[in-house]
Write a protein that binds this ligand. Structure first.
Ligand SMILES: Cc1cc2nc3c(=O)[nH]c(=O)nc-3n(C[C@H](O)[C@H](O)[C@H](O)COP(=O)(O)O)c2cc1C
Length: 305
């Protein structure tokens, strides 16, 4: 069996497999299926300062090779997450987890990050910058390198733990975003979030999702995610956690060859609740077959060509 251990800022993980935010709840729900301590870590459901009820239904539309969602960051708010959800999680999970933070404005992000970073179970923050910045008139932090850098700096000042910024693929130059975030002091990058998509009801022509557009994820976006992780990991020296369409151990290994130091698995958890432990086993098998003893040896393997 290969050594799958991965050490990243704030996260000393027995393997590189992490369930992605929004597809694994607050983790303890999955302990009904298996011992979640087999996971490297986990990214918690997106958390905001105040509770959010999310977007109107329907919020999900399936496709042949992926799904659209417009959940709208439904969550009970940062205090309820710490007082209820993390208490539940601590009963079934021993290690540090990654808190996923979102907000409607600059101040919300910073306050939420400050509060949740002080919880002893939180090893790192993942900042979801793909949410609209209401106060700036709908501009997204996720598409403006300058705004992303300003937010990164402000969160770094208040956070007790390392800060990872989660990049959106819905930009013209993802490398410019990554470089701005690195310069601003981020400890790492997680990528990619969903691509904006739509589906329509054939009979009426009406959008299936009440929000009209949704975030597209699943196997269809895997090559896009790989390309972006490859480009970004060549341009920055902070670690990248890669995600987008990973549904097998082979995909996870390919993502690490593209430049990811660890991987996150999103909607495959909804297809198969055992996806993450299966991916860990498959990675072990593939590395054994390849005669590779240490997973570190495959990270950025593609960069030599
Ligand atoms: C139902 C659903 C809910 C999600 N909620 C969040 C969220 O709260 N915060 C966030 O940063 N990303 C969220 N995401 C995005 C995923 O974390 C991930 O970046 C994306 O789905 C790509 O990975 P995948 O193709 O493996 O699903 C959500 C995705 C799905 C499918």
């Amino acid at each position: 069996m290969a050594n799958l251990q991965v050490n990243l800022p704030g996260l000393n993980m027995k393997n590189p497999v992490i369930p992605a935010s929004g597809t694994f709840g607050f983790g303890y729900e999955f302990s009904k299926f298996y011992d979640i301590n087999v996971l490297g870590s986990m990214m918690l459901k997106g958390t905001t300062l105040e509770a959010r009820f999310g977007n109107p239904l329907p919020r999900i539309a399936e496709g042949p090779s992926g799904m659209l969602n417009a959940i709208g960051l439904q969550n009970p708010g940062v205090y309820a997450v710490m007082e209820k959800e993390l208490v539940q999680l601590s009963k079934v999970y021993d290690d540090k987890v990654i808190a996923n933070v979102a907000g409607s404005c600059f101040e919300d992000y910073v306050e939420c990050a400050k509060i949740i970073s002080r919880h002893p179970m939180i090893g790192a923050l993942e900042i979801n910058i793909s949410c609209p910045n209401v106060k700036a008139g709908g501009i997204q932090f996720g598409t403006d390198p300058q705004m992303a850098a300003t937010l990164t700096k402000a969160i770094k000042e208040v956070s007790q733990v390392p800060v990872y910024i989660k990049l959106s693929p819905n930009v013209t130059d993802i490398v410019a975003m990554a470089k701005a975030i690195e310069e601003a002091g981020a400890d790492g990058i997680t990528m990619i979030n969903t691509l904006i998509g739509m589906r329509f009801d054939l009979k009426t022509g009406k959008p299936i999702i009440a929000n009209k557009t949704g975030g597209y994820s699943g196997p269809a976006i895997f090559p896009v995610a790989l390309r972006m992780v490859y480009q970004v990991s060549q341009a920055v020296s902070i670690p990248v956690i890669g995600m987008g369409g990973i549904s097998s151990g082979a995909d996870a290994i390919e993502m690490m060859m593209a430049g990811a130091s660890a991987v996150a698995v999103g909607c495959q958890n909804l297809v198969d609740p055992y996806a993450c432990p299966t991916i860990i086993e498959e990675m072990n098998q593939i590395l054994d077959d390849m005669g590779i003893e240490n997973i570190q040896d495959i990270v950025k393997k593609s960069h030599q060509y």
